[in-house]
Ligand binder design. Structure first.
Ligand SMILES: NC(=O)c1ccc[n+]([C@@H]2O[C@H](COP(=O)([O-])OP(=O)(O)OC[C@H]3O[C@@H](n4cnc5c(N)ncnc54)[C@H](OP(=O)(O)O)[C@@H]3O)[C@@H](O)[C@H]2O)c1
Length: 454
C-alpha cells in the first residue's frame, strides 16, 4: 500500500456524520476540526425536531464542553463564524427513510456535496427493546446505505460496528464479513424479514390487548434477548449490530464500504488531551463500583484478556482507513483493538484500579475516604454460589471468553502510516505503545473520576 497523507485527504472534503452527539463521533469531529480546519463542511445528523434544536444540541453537548476546549482556544474570537462555516446541523433520525431529513433543498444539497458518510449512530444499550434496536442498528445501517447511494460523488461509506458481532466466540477472530442469514448457531437460518415481521406482529398484539408502556417495554426487551440467544448472540445490541453489517454487505452494490469494528472503547490516550470520557461504558461500571466500595467480587477468570482501545486511537484508525482506501470499491473490515498486540488481563486492570483508589480514594456521603479491598474472583457461577452458600441467586454468566481479535488489516494500515513519518504521530493508533499501568492509573481512571464520577 502506498504512503498516504490523512491531512491532504481531509482537505476540502464534505463529510456527513450520524450519531454526532455520541461519545465517539464527537472525538472524530473534534479531531477533524482541530487538525484539518480546511475541511470543507461537516453535516452532523442529530435527533431533533428541527435544525435550530439540532444546532442547540451541537453547541450544548459538544462545542461548549471540555472536549472542544483545545479547538475553542485555537479559534478564539472567530469560534461562532468557524462553527457556522464548517458545521451544518441536520435534524433527523437514522431509523427513517432519507434519515428523516425533511427539507428537500437541504437533502439535494447533501446528495450533491457529500464525499464521505460515517455512520456512528447506534443504540448501545445491550438489552434494549428489540423494536428500537432493530430500527436503529439494523434498519438504520440500511437507511444510511440508501442515503449514500443517492450521494453522487460518494467516496466512502464508513460504518462503525463492534468487534463483538462475533458473539461469545473464543480464540482468534478473523476480520471476516458476516453474510446475510448467517447465524452464530449454525443450526439456525436467520431471516431479517421474518425478524421485522415478528416485531410488528408482537407490537400489534400488544396494542390490540391495550398493553401499557411498561408491558410493551418489557415484552419487547425480552423478545430481543430471546431472538439474540436463539441465533447465538449474547445480547440484543450485538445481534442487531451484526444484522446491520449483514444489510450493508448484502445491499451495498458498488458503494465503497469500510466497516470498523472497535472492541471496548476507553478514554482518550493523548488527544485532544488524555483521559476524556463520557458516560459509564464497558469496564467502567465495575471500576466505578469498585472505587465506591460496592464491588467486592467479580465473576470472571482473572487471566481473561480484556480488549480495550482508547477513543482517539479508534478515530485515528477511522481517518487513516478512509485515506488509505480512497478510490477502492470493495468492502474492508478492520478490527480495532489491543488483545492481539498488547493484551491486558482482568487481574491487571483490577490491580491498577486498586492502586488508583488506594492513592486517590473516592469519598462517601460524609466526606470520608472509601477504603477498597482486593476483589475476589470467581471463575464460574458454581464457585460463586458455593462461596456464598446459596444454590441459586440469579442467572450469572462468566464474564468474557478469551478472545483475540485479528488485526492484520489495521496493522497494514499502521505500516502505511509509518511510511509517512510527518503525520505518523498525529494519527497514531498502535496499541503496542500503551503502557497499561500508566494509562489505566494516570489517564483512564483519573479521567473517569474527573469527567464522569465528578
Ligand atoms: N463505546 C464503545 O465502547 C463502542 C465499542 C464498539 C463499537 N462502538 C460503536 O461505536 C459507535 C458509537 O458509539 P458511542 O459509544 O459513541 O455511542 P453513544 O455515545 O451511545 O452514541 C450513540 C449516538 O447515536 C445516536 N442515535 C441513537 N439513535 C439514533 C437514531 N435513531 N437516529 C440518529 N441518531 C441516533 C445518539 O443520539 P442521541 O444523542 O440523540 O441519543 C448518539 O449520538 C456505535 O455504532 C457503537 O455501536 C462503540
Amino acid at each position: 500500500m502506498a504512503s498516504v497523507s490523512p491531512l491532504n485527504f481531509l482537505k476540502d472534503k464534505t463529510i456527513f456524520v450520524t450519531g454526532a452527539t455520541g461519545f465517539l463521533a464527537k472525538v472524530f469531529v473534534e479531531k477533524i476540526l482541530r487538525t484539518q480546519p480546511n475541511v470543507k463542511k461537516l453535516y452532523l445528523l442529530v435527533r431533533a425536531p428541527d435544525p435550530d434544536f439540532a444546532m442547540k444540541r451541537i453547541l450544548n453537548e459538544f462545542v461548549e464542553t471540555e472536549l472542544f476546549r483545545v479547538v475553542r482556544d485555537e479559534v478564539g474570537a472567530n469560534l461562532k463564524s468557524f462553527i457556522s462555516e464548517k458545521i451544518v446541523a441536520v435534524a433527523g433520525d437514522v431509523s427513517d427513510t432519507n434519515l428523516g431529513v425533511k427539507d428537500s433543498k437541504l437533502m439535494e444539497e447533501m446528495w450533491t456535496e457529500i464525499d464521505l458518510l460515517l455512520n456512528f449512530a447506534a443504540i448501545t444499550n445491550f438489552d434494549e427493546r428489540y423494536d428500537y434496536a432493530y430500527k436503529v442498528n439494523t434498519m438504520g445501517a440500511f437507511n444510511v446505505l440508501n442515503f449514500a447511494k443517492n450521494c453522487i460523488k460518494i467516496n466512502m461509506l464508513l460504518h462503525v460496528s463492534t468487534a463483538y458481532v462475533c458473539g461469545e466466540a473464543s480464540g482468534l477472530i478473523p476480520e471476516n464479513p458476516i453474510n446475510i442469514g448467517e447465524a452464530l448457531k449454525n443450526t439456525r437460518k436467520l431471516d431479517l424479514t421474518i425478524e421485522k415481521e415478528l416485531i410488528q406482529e408482537k407490537l400489534n398484539q400488544l396494542q390490540a390487548k391495550g398493553a401499557g408502556q411498561n408491558e410493551l417495554a418489557s415484552t419487547m426487551t425480552d423478545l430481543g434477548i430471546n431472538r439474540a440467544t436463539l441465533y447465538g448472540w449474547p445480547n440484543t445490541y450485538v445481534f442487531t449490530k451484526a444484522m446491520g453489517e449483514m444489510m450493508l454487505g448484502e445491499y451495498r452494490e458498488t458503494i465503497p464500504l469500510l466497516i470498523i469494528r472497535p472492541t471496548m472503547i476507553t478514554s482518550t490516550f493523548a488527544e485532544p488531551f488524555p483521559g476524556w470520557i463520557e458516560g459509564l461504558r464497558g469496564i467502567d461500571g465495575p471500576i466505578a463500583g469498585y472505587g465506591k466500595g460496592k464491588l467486592k467480587f467479580l465473576l470472571a477468570n482473572p487471566m481473561t484478556i480484556v480488549d480495550m482501545i482508547p477513543a482517539d486511537m479508534v478515530v485515528n484508525s477511522i481517518i487513516m482507513a478512509m485515506a488509505a482506501n480512497t478510490q477502492q470499491h470493495s468492502r474492508i473490515i478492520y478490527h480495532i483493538g489491543s488483545s492481539r498486540t498488547n493484551p491486558i488481563k482482568m487481574t491487571d486492570i483490577h490491580k491498577f484500579a486498586r492502586q488508583y483508589f488506594i492513592e486517590h480514594p473516592l469519598k462517601n456521603k460524609d466526606g470520608k475516604p472509601i477504603k477498597v479491598r482486593k476483589c475476589r474472583f470467581f471463575k464460574t457461577p458454581a464457585s460463586f454460589h458455593a462461596w456464598i452458600g446459596i444454590r441459586y441467586v440469579m442467572p450469572l454468566k462468566v464474564c468474557i471468553p478469551n478472545t483475540y481479535f485479528d488485526v492484520t488489516n489495521s496493522q497494514n494500515l499502521q505500516l502505511t502510516m509509518e511510511e509517512n513519518a510527518q503525520e505518523a504521530n498525529a494519527f497514531n493508533f498502535d496499541p503496542k505503545g500503551i503502557d497499561w499501568e500508566d494509562y489505566i492509573v494516570n489517564t483512564h481512571i483519573a479521567g473517569l473520576v474527573k469527567y464522569v464520577l465528578k
